[in-house]
Design a protein around this ligand. Structure first.
Ligand code: BGC
Length: 748
């Protein structure tokens, strides 16, 4: 086609375009399709500003509040679709109502794959796997007709009793950041919208709608914000969910310091902020602080606001409904420019996710063999071998003829903690079922609950029933070659909405372990819980101990694979396990008084506290045994490269499998600063690498550090600061098993 020939259609098209602008936009499809905001070839910002110009103030105000329990407000006149959401983050949960309604046993099920809890995924230290999990969850989200998945959870495990510890990625900000970024990339890569949550510092459930947390700026920047910063700067995350509680006197939903100064200005966040469900308390202050979308909305919110439980718990909402927002604009308390910013952010995400082109992202599948395989890989790689005296594990199916499988978490699949993250799969494998499937008829498997799960079944709670349960358990244990006890909690006593009441195992479980160990010296204890538990009553006499966390629907298959050595344990603790609650750094101020709590430990959270203040945990951060052994050597600063003007220090380490089995190890790099002007933790994790090795094989791994690995956040200058000098690079297999050290000069 010549240039001359082109002229006619272009002129004709411009005429059509001009005509279209004069007509109501719904009259012809062609007219709408030619509007700049619909043109995928134009830059996002241009499309956003074009669309904003076409919206009335009323339409803009409408977009600030949800239209249903899990839907944002559509503007059909302009082809702006509703964003259809679902919880997250451990699979796709029913979006038909609150977890109290949809998690009930008799509620209609939305079947989707139940992935391992966040803390189990964190124990894999496998960013590639977490990214594939994010992708699989996004595909299920799309297939189920939803556009947005409410996760990942990246809040830090500060308090061992937090009811939602199972959901997040552990106690270390660097690890949580890397895994959060991986999850987000997996989700956004599918055109599905994630929501990194809860911004910021949702670290206990106690009075979560009223609690005011006093947190110093350094602790915020070094501990509670890095995972959100990475989500913005490394994954360009599309949405951030604010948290329920107050931080330094202001509700997170109207915290201008958090939402505007830090998230939007300092981190450069361009997406939209969404409120946690029913967590707003004002109109103008909330909008002006940087809240873009209040959820939920419409009739479900109004029904909720009328319930006495809502008032009792302290939920509140409906403040960003159009009439309230318009009244505040009229009164001069909110400017139209602010509303343009709010709406522009939502439009931006609608465009980036492709939802402006097609009101729902097409494609995806639910609960496929491939998705279940990812869930199984996560559950398996996340299991941590904590103790293995005389190599009791792995069990040799040739030498063993009988196994007794015991415990309140053995016969039932306890897939996850409770609340908005609980996914209800089509079928979940209990440890008993996994073991039976693994051994077939070759080994005799007997089973007994041993003790009723506290709070689950009153008929097991009487002294007589307890004695009978215990007797049955010790009887079968004494007759078997090996006893496997699976203890822990479940979604009714470890959940969103309240904290776990004690670090002790639920009633009768310590006694069960003690009695079974007496009946059979070849006893393996398996923990099935998200929070740490006290082990002092039995650990010394327990020959083998595994932590399987909540493993999702494949947990039972995963634990069977580890017990019999089909998979070599490679999970490493993403959280320190203290000996007792009182040893943990936040214990002194938990849960707070008069609805105030002070994060008095500052930056000394998790191993930063235990390793600096010399408090011995039961098991340290990063720890996990294997059926093989690994040796580290040759820690070197191989080269310095540059990203623009910024130096990158490239360290190499040689890792060798010195044992008899193939397996994976996680090499951890910590930085120690012995010279800085202010106090710093003994060391901080700044790099890690998961490496698979055959027996005798060795590999050289490379870990890269940039300036940020050496910086602290200065409360005086309110900036990230690097004090030049000699830092120590430490390489180890846990925060307390440092095997190689090397000095490095930085900034001179
Ligand atoms: C939780 C959020 C969740 C939301 C919607 C809230 O109670 O804190 O994590 O996404 O409910 O179910």
């Amino acid at each position: 086609m010549t240039h001359h020939n082109l002229r006619v259609p272009i002129t004709f098209l411009s005429l059509l375009f001009a005509l279209a602008l004069q007509l109501p936009s719904q009259t012809t499809q062609t007219a709408t399709d030619n509007l700049p905001y619909k043109d995928a070839s134009l830059p996002v910002d241009q499309r956003v500003s074009d669309l904003l110009k076409r919206m009335t103030l009323e339409e803009k105000a409408t977009m600030l509040a949800g239209s249903g329990w899990m839907e944002s407000a559509p503007i059909p006149r302009l082809g702006i679709p509703a964003i259809k959401m679902a919880d997250g983050p451990l699979g796709v949960r029913s979006w038909m109502g609150s977890s109290a309604i949809t998690n009930a046993a008799n509620a209609p099920k939305i079947t989707s794959t139940s992935f391992p809890s966040g803390v189990a995924m964190a124990a894999t230290w496998n960013t590639d796997l977490v990214q594939r999990e994010g992708q699989a969850i996004a595909q299920e989200t799309k297939a189920l007709g939803r556009d947005m998945i409410l996760g990942p959870t990246v809040n830090i495990n500060r308090i061992p009793l937090w009811g939602r510890n199972f959901e997040g990625y552990g106690e270390d900000p660097y690890l949580a950041a890397q895994l959060g970024v991986a999850y987000i990339k997996g989700v956004q890569g599918e055109g599905v919208i994630p929501s990194v949550k809860h911004f910021a510092a949702n670290n206990e459930e106690f009075e979560r709608h009223r609690l005011d947390e006093k947190i110093d700026e350094r602790a915020l920047h070094e501990i509670y914000l890095p995972a959100f910063k990475a989500a913005v700067q490394q994954a360009d995350v599309w949405t951030v969910m604010s948290a329920y509680e107050k931080v330094n006197g202001k509700y997170c939903a109207e915290n201008d310091y958090l939402l505007t100064d830090i998230l939007k200005n300092e981190f450069g966040f361009k997406g939209f902020v969404i409120s946690d469900w029913a967590s707003t308390y004002s109109t103008a202050p909330t909008v002006n602080a940087g809240m873009d979308l209040e959820m939920p909305g419409g009739p479900p919110l109004h029904a909720m606001l009328k319930r006495p439980q809502t008032i009792m718990s302290g939920n509140s909402g409906g403040w960003l409904e159009a009439d309230k927002v318009l009244a505040e604009i009229k009164a001069g308390h909110i400017t139209e420019a602010t509303i343009d910013d709010n709406v522009g952010r939502i439009l931006r995400v609608l465009i980036l996710s492709g939802l402006m082109e097609h009101p729902h992202s097409p494609g995806g599948e639910v609960d496929t063999p491939e998705q279940r395989k990812i869930a199984l890989e996560g559950a398996t790689e996340g299991i941590v071998l904590l103790k293995n005296q005389n190599s009791l594990l792995p069990l040799d199916p040739v030498k063993i003829h009988s196994i007794a499988v015991i415990g309140p978490d053995a016969l039932v699949a306890r897939t996850g903690g409770g609340g908005s993250s609980l996914v209800r799969p089509d079928h979940a494998i209990s440890p008993l079922e996994g073991i039976q499937k693994r051994v077939g008829s070759a080994i005799q498997v007997t089973s007994a609950p041993g003790v009723g799960m506290e709070g689950e079944d009153a008929t097991h709670d009487t002294p007589e029933a307890r004695a009978a349960d215990l007797k049955q358990a010790t009887d079968i244990a004494s007759k078997a070659d090996v006893a496997i006890i699976v203890v822990g909690r479940y979604n009714k006593n470890e959940s969103e909405g309240f904290d776990v009441k004690t670090m002790d195992l639920p009633a009768g479980q310590d006694e069960l372990i003690q009695a079974v160990e007496k009946a059979n010296p070849h006893t393996v204890v398996v923990l099935n819980t998200g929070d740490p538990v006290t082990m002092s009553k039995w650990l010394d006499t327990t020959p083998a101990l595994l932590d399987m966390w909540y493993g999702g629907q494949e947990g039972g298959n995963a634990i069977a694979a580890i017990l019999f050595g089909d998979a070599n344990p490679s999970g490493k603790l993403p959280v320190s396990l203290p000996r007792k609650f009182e040893d943990s750094p936040g214990a002194k101020t938990y849960p707070g008084q008069n609805l105030h709590t002070d994060y008095a430990e500052g930056i000394y959270v998790g191993y930063r506290y235990y390793d600096t203040k010399n408090v011995e945990p039961q098991f340290p951060f990063g720890f996990g045994l294997s059926y093989t052994t690994f040796e580290y050597s040759d820690l070197k600063l191989a080269r310095i490269t540059f990203a623009g003007k910024n130096p990158i220090w490239n360290f190499t380490i040689n890792v060798r499998n010195t044992g008899q089995r193939s397996g994976a190890d996680v090499v951890q790099l910590y930085v120690h600063d012995g010279h800085s002007k202010i106090d710093r933790p003994a060391h901080e994790l700044k790099g890690f690498s998961r490496v698979e090795l055959n027996p005798g094989e060795s590999k050289t791994i490379e870990l890269q550090l940039d300036n940020s690995a050496f910086q602290y956040w200065s409360p005086t200058t309110k900036q990230w600061t690097l004090d030049p000098g000699t830092f120590e690079i430490q390489v180890g297999a846990s925060s307390r098993d440092i095997r190689l050290k090397a000095p490095v000069q930085i900034g001179r």
